[in-house]
Write a protein that binds this ligand. Structure first.
Ligand SMILES: Nc1ncnc2c1ncn2[C@@H]1O[C@H](COP(=O)(O)OP(=O)(O)O)[C@@H](O)[C@H]1O
Length: 277
């Protein structure tokens, strides 16, 4: 309970800086809202990324965060930092994460509150959340304390998700995220194929690559199962509030990034920003 009260305090203190991208007619479709969203340089977005493990939430959230100048806050990273710190929660978290289960709402909200408070103290405003909310309860708590402008729901077929999770690599030195999976699925029965080139590290990272301990086949399958059970209802939660933008990834970063920017009406954002300067 204390953690939730803290989240209330920290998110309310930053929410006044947010501008609503979506208009108040919540029943309207988020896709058309997103097209009309007039992002300006003084705007601090409060966006959420949803999507299955391996879909690329981290990649696209991090790119958008650099483009828009707002922090990218991934609760999975907060959990991994806590694990690495060998703090009081670390043994308990390690068991949960390595089984592919969700950490309790209390713990995740406590980690998120601390992160938001630390950002607030540094003058951060706006955010792109990645990996939160993952349960209806988390969504309700978030909705109760702040205005989420837009929820981007990334989609990719399940066989690709598994391959992408198994191909994930992190450089133990620079922390860079890479992917060695090479996806080339031919279209069949009227369904389109999909090609995703690997995202290979530079030569100096090659010998330092590590794999997340929860990116094994059994654990990824369990995480996908849990996503369908606990997190898919969160999509419906935001859809019914007119905040959900569905985005089916057409391929790797080179094809998907420009199309995502287009869907968000951000394709000429840099030009708009320089024109306004
Ligand atoms: N919002 C959350 N609620 C509960 N557990 C979470 C949440 N975010 C992250 N976790 C925990 O951290 C793990 C890693 O999260 P993340 O890096 O987002 O993985 P994924 O690749 O599955 O999206 C999850 O499997 C879960 O145990």
């Amino acid at each position: 309970m204390a953690a939730i009260t803290r989240l209330v305090r920290t998110t309310s203190s930053i929410s006044y800086l947010a501008r609503r991208c979506l208009s108040s007619s919540a029943a309207s479709d988020a896709n058309s809202h997103a097209h009309r969203c007039n992002t300006s340089p003084d705007r601090n977005v409060q966006w959420v990324f949803l999507g299955c493990p391996g879909v690329g939430k981290g990649t696209y959230a991090s790119r958008l965060s650099s483009l828009l100048g707002v922090p990218h806050i991934a609760t999975g990273d907060l959990v991994r930092e806590e694990l690495a710190s060998s703090g009081p929660l670390s043994a308990q978290l390690s068991e949960i994460v390595n089984q592919g289960k969700l950490v309790s709402d209390e713990i995740i909200i406590s980690l998120l509150s601390k992160r938001l408070a630390a950002g607030g103290a540094k003058g951060e405003s706006g955010f792109i959340l990645d990996g939160f909310p993952r349960t209806i309860r988390q969504a309700e708590i978030l909705e109760g304390v702040t205005d989420i402008d837009l929820v981007i729901n990334l989609k990719l077929r399940e066989d690709v998700l598994l391959e992408k999770c198994l191909g994930r690599r992190i450089c133990s030195q620079c922390g860079g995220n890479f992917n060695v999976a090479s996806i080339d699925i031919k279209g069949e029965d009227g369904n389109p194929g999909i090609i995703m080139a690997p995202l290979l590290p530079p030569a100096h990272c090659m010998s330092k690559l590590i794999t997340r301990s929860d990116d094994t086949e059994a654990v990824v399958k369990e995480r996908l199962r849990i996503y369908n059970e606990k997190s898919q209802p969160v999509e419906e939660y935001y859809r019914s509030r007119g905040k959900l933008l569905e985005f089916v990834l057409p391929g790797g970063i080179p094809e998907s990034w420009p199309k995502l920017l287009q869907a968000l009406n951000l394709d000429d954002y840099e030009d708009k920003r320089s024109a306004a300067a």
